[in-house]
Design a protein around this ligand. Structure first.
Ligand code: SAM
Length: 261
């Protein structure tokens, strides 16, 4: 399905989000706070628009996606950008070693992965102890009026618009359905904790239509099985500096958890 929409994917996104996608991506980059020399995984990277923004600070970004069509468009768009490396990869079986990345991030992708719990466990595995995760995903507006207006948009207006904007309207029908079926901010935060991440917090963007979640892999974490039961204790690969929680910029919507829980 993603192969079929890859050509006009970025343009359709901007149209359907009324330009808000650029703001969501900037907020994601700020939350990841990439540093020169960081090794970052952008999973379900699509055409690599977020990956390129992350790489601007001099970080090396692996843009991984299981759609060859998306990766091909990304490679063309980012030709000559040595800081972005495109790779076809499945988020449920990542082809990376344990503790390889300083930060991992996924934008509008976790919802599309068949088993998001498996993907979270994989993201945890490949993150260095002390490393950070940032998830940008559609979510549930907490205010009922906003929620009603948004669901009206998803049910009535968006299907109408995509028939003009995209050659594959069915793919975008799936988008609305998957957003409505996706868990709210608190449930996603719980899933992240179950995968092993600590200091989990979220910030709502655009009245909660999108939420930015972040967390940290603890310095002395255990590796976690999919059902959340601790598996074996993993020694840190190398001494890592204590992670500063990624900035979310707004204290209002965040839900903090004590470090080390
Ligand atoms: C809505 S797009 C998001 C793309 C990009 N992150 C963005 O922000 O524009 C969702 C992406 O998830 C990818 N995807 C779905 N399941 C995947 C999986 N198991 N492993 C890797 N990528 C996956 C799709 O190929 C698609 O490119």
């Amino acid at each position: 399905m993603f192969d079929q929409v890859s050509t006009n994917y970025d343009r359709t996104n901007s149209l359907l989000s009324a330009g808000n996608d650029a703001f969501w991506r900037r907020a994601t980059v700020r939350a990841v706070s990439p540093r020169t020399g960081d090794h970052i995984l952008d999973l379900a990277a699509g055409t690599g628009t977020s990956s390129a923004a992350l790489a601007k600070t001099g970080a090396h970004v692996v843009a991984a996606d299981f759609s060859p069509g998306m990766i091909e468009v990304g490679r063309r768009q980012q030709a000559g950008n040595a800081n972005v490396e495109f790779m076809v990869a499945d988020g449920m079986a990542l082809p990376f070693s344990d503790s390889e990345f300083d930060a991992v991030t996924i934008s509008f992708g976790l919802r599309n992965i068949v088993d998001p719990h498996v993907a979270l466990a994989e993201l945890y595995r490949v993150t260095k102890p002390g490393g950070r995760i940032v998830i940008c995903e559609f979510s549930t507006p907490p205010f009922s009026l906003v929620r009603a207006a948004y669901f009206f948009y998803l049910n009535r207006f968006m299907p109408f618009m995509v028939r003009f904007a995209s050659s594959n309207a069915e793919a975008y029908d799936y988008l609305g359905d998957s957003i409505k079926a996706w868990p709210n901010q608190q449930i996603l935060a719980t899933w992240m904790r179950e995968a092993g991440f600590t200091q989990v917090a979220h910030r709502n963007l655009t009245l909660g239509i999108v939420a930015l979640h972040r967390g940290v892999k603890p310095l002395h974490g255990g590796s976690i099985t999919i059902d959340g039961a601790p598996n074996a204790v993993e020694a840190p690969a190398a001494p890592a500096a204590p992670a500063a929680p990624a900035p979310l910029d707004s204290p209002v919507d965040t839900v903090e958890e004590p470090v080390g829980k």
